[in-house]
Design a protein around this ligand. Structure first.
Ligand code: ADP
Ligand code: ADP
Ligand code: ZN
Length: 216
């Protein structure tokens, strides 16, 4: 069959970015992530879309969702040029899920299950490469040299929204808006739940098995 189309769901910090990157390499598919796309375009003018704020930045710094019209457009454009893909960070509410169902079909929907306390530890210790976007954790996945990216030598930084306060807000936004999306796919009988608390290698094995099954 054609390349697999995979949706990876999970709370902020569940490991979606880490696993999506590996899946994209392993299966030769695109990594489509609204979070990275928005971070590269934080100051784009969205005023014409009739939004409360004029740029994504204000929403992101508060831990709120960027308006649907903005992210729907990003996803539509990205999926048009992708054969197979792993979608990470979208849909985050039921309206986005509805929109997604109108523009594509999915071969696998995977939910990474991680407990609340672990999520907070992962997010507050996360560091990302300012140059290539690689993900680290000060304790769980440290770079060889503190503050320096193993892959490209770039500087590791903490995201503005990975501070304790904003993390709490983001987890609330997740509960309120995105848990219903997880329930929606569960009720449709298509959700495969994976324990997200193993090592990154263990989690990767489990997701790869699901994608292999879906592709055969
Ligand atoms: P998400 O994209 O879902 O927000 P990330 O992939 O960015 O999550 O992971 C959040 C943080 O947790 C990062 O610092 C990452 O290095 C770390 N992490 C990812 N997977 C694991 C894991 N299986 N065990 C421990 N830490 C992990
Ligand atoms: P995490 O890795 O912690 O899950 P992301 O990088 O996916 O976080 O998202 C960071 C921020 O970007 C979110 O808090 C939100 O403001 C915005 N964002 C990302 N994806 C979406 C989306 N699908 N809908 C609305 N806002 C989004
Ligand atoms: Zn790097």
């Amino acid at each position: 069959m054609s390349e697999p189309r995979v949706l990876l769901l999970g709370a902020p910090g569940a490991g979606k970015g880490t696993q999506s990157k590996r899946l994209a390499e392993e299966f030769g598919i695109e990594h489509v992530t609204t979070g990275d796309a928005l971070r590269s375009n934080k100051d784009m003018d969205i005023g014409h879309m009739d939004t409360e704020y004029d740029t994504p930045r204000a929403y992101m710094e508060a831990g709120d969702l960027v308006p649907d019209a903005v992210v729907n457009e990003i996803v539509k454009t990205a999926l048009q040029s992708a054969d197979g893909y792993v979608l990470d960070g979208y849909p985050r509410n039921l309206d986005q899920a509805e929109y997604l169902s109108e523009i594509t079909d999915l071969d696998a929907v995977v939910f990474l299950d991680v407990s609340q306390g672990e999520l907070v530890d992962r997010l507050t210790g996360r560091r990302v490469c300012d140059d290539c976007g690689a993900n680290y954790h000060v304790e769980f996945n440290p770079p060889e040299t503190e503050g320096v990216c193993d892959d490209c030598g770039g500087e590791l930084i903490q995201r503005d929204d990975d501070t304790e306060d904003t993390v709490r807000d983001r987890l609330e936004v997740y509960e309120e808006n995105t848990e219903p999306v997880v329930d929606h796919y569960r009720e449709a009988g298509v959700l495969v739940e994976v324990d997200g608390e193993g090592t990154p290698d263990e989690v990767f094995e489990a997701i790869s098995d699901v994608v292999d099954d879906a592709a055969n």
